[in-house]
Unconditional design. Structure first.
Length: 176
């Protein structure tokens, strides 16, 4: 377990906190200034699982949030927040969705190792994940770190939106 935790700590030390703050500041403005906001998550594989957990928390926080592939994904428009998690920024299916969202004037928030990627160039706000030499299989460190990052963003969003944790907890499903 220690090698994994060391990698998470290293990435935490290397991430640009200013990018996180900019991301949160802008998402807060969009969520609090407009009444009819939809949040749509775009990601694939294990990066998608990390984003799906964030989308779930946004639902708990009372926002209309869904993940690509869900049957309730709304039409993208200028009031849409598009959250993308792609370590490479070059996932073909996600590029296509991002291009469509950009054409409809959705605001794209990207988490990626590659800010200059195809998806990076389409994005309005980016948190660049630090790249490290990992002992883990494939891109495990980025998948794990994005999960932790999204939980950190939830904490900061709760504070910036002045949400009551007890009220948010009440939105958690009892059907488990």
């Amino acid at each position: 377990m220690q090698p994994i935790l060391k990698e998470m700590n290293l990435m935490s030390d290397l991430i640009d906190e200013n990018q996180i703050n900019d991301y949160i500041e802008n998402i807060t403005l969009l969520l609090s200034d407009k009444g009819d906001i939809d949040v749509i998550g775009l990601a694939a594989g294990r990066m998608g699982y990390a984003l799906r957990a964030f989308i779930m928390r946004l639902c708990h926080m009372g926002f209309n949030a869904s993940m690509i592939g869900d049957t309730n994904v709304p039409r993208v428009n200028e009031n849409s927040i598009i959250l993308i998690n792609s370590s490479s920024g070059e996932t073909p299916s996600i590029i296509q969705y991002a291009q469509q969202a950009k054409c409809e004037r959705g605001k794209i928030f990207l988490t990626s190792c590659a800010k200059d990627s195809t998806i990076g160039m389409l994005s309005d706000f980016i948190i660049q994940l630090p790249t490290i030499q990992s002992e883990q299989l494939m891109k495990s460190s980025y998948e794990q770190f994005s999960m932790l990052l999204y939980d950190y963003i939830v904490i900061k969003l709760m504070d910036s939106l002045k949400l009551d944790a007890n009220k948010v907890s009440y939105n958690h499903s009892i059907l488990e």
